[in-house]
Design a binder for this molecule. Structure first.
Ligand code: ADP
Ligand code: MG
Length: 242
């Protein structure tokens, strides 16, 4: 049974059809990278997966649970799917620790001490233990993004979505963030990653999806997509960026 199943997903903004008819199955522990030109619908697709956008048609199913069912419990989505954005979106008035513990605290399932212990463990994973009491504006872009990853993980999601997590970073910061993502992948996290980092996609992805114009044009292993792309649009895109 797939961890995440997308059936005939459609999304329009008014008259503009952005996602036309997407079908995707992602297995537990699989790492899927999504590539494609700007405006092809990659971000909208991720946002539909965690219900940041109301979908126009089709289904999004996690485990057995139909997220697109209008009677859904939105907390189920928040607890199961973590998301990391291009622009970190940390809360500037909260410390690193408070940023990480804010959302799980709202669930009222754990004591403050338990939350702090877990937050420190997560900061260790992302290599930022010493920043626990610092505020976001004292961190570099790469450090902010690693805190944002720790914050998403604090909800103990079983799927992580990344939307161009390194696109806003200075080049020398990119490696640290990709390394953290690679560790997560090695730990068996189910991940959907929109990225322009083709090296990461080649190394870490189990599967690569090429999107263009709101369609999945082609998908396959990194070897298939990067070395033997079948579709002319995939070839054109790769020729432009590689
Ligand atoms: P990508 O992430 O691949 O660059 P997006 O998913 O951001 O693409 O955008 C796909 C298309 O949807 C673009 O034409 C964009 O202008 C449009 N779009 C995205 N969000 C909205 C919105 N909230 N309202 C109207 N149009 C949108
Ligand atoms: Mg985008």
């Amino acid at each position: 049974m797939p961890k995440l199943k997308v059936e005939n997903l459609k999304k329009s903004f008014g008259q503009l059809e952005v996602l036309r008819d997407l079908n995707v199955e992602i297995k537990e522990g699989e790492v899927v990278c999504i590539i494609g030109p700007s405006g092809s619908g990659k971000s909208t697709f991720l946002r539909c997966l965690n219900q940041l956008e109301e979908i126009t048609g089709g289904k999004v199913i996690i485990d057995d649970y139909d997220l697109s069912d209008p009677s859904q419990n939105i907390n189920k989505v928040r607890e199961n799917i973590g998301m990391v954005f291009q622009h970190f979106n940390l809360f500037p008035h909260l410390s690193v620790l408070e940023n990480i513990t804010l959302a799980p605290k709202e669930l009222k399932k754990e004591t403050d001490a338990e939350l702090k212990t877990r937050a420190l463990g997560l900061l260790e994973t992302v290599g930022l233990t010493e920043k626990v009491d610092d505020y976001p504006n004292s961190l570099s872009g790469g450090q902010k993004q690693r805190v944002a990853i720790a914050r998403a993980l604090a909800m103990q999601p079983d799927i992580m979505l990344f939307d161009e997590p390194t696109s806003a970073l200075d080049p020398e910061m990119v490696g640290d963030v990709l390394e953290v993502m690679q560790v997560l992948a090695n730990q068996g996290m189910t991940m959907v990653v929109v990225t322009h980092e083709m090296g990461f996609a080649k190394e870490v992805a189990d599967r690569v999806i090429f999107m263009d114009g709101g369609y999945i044009v082609e998908e396959g292993t990194p070897e298939e997509i990067f070395n033997h792309p079948k579709h002319i649009r995939t070839q054109d895109f790769l020729n432009k960026i590689l």
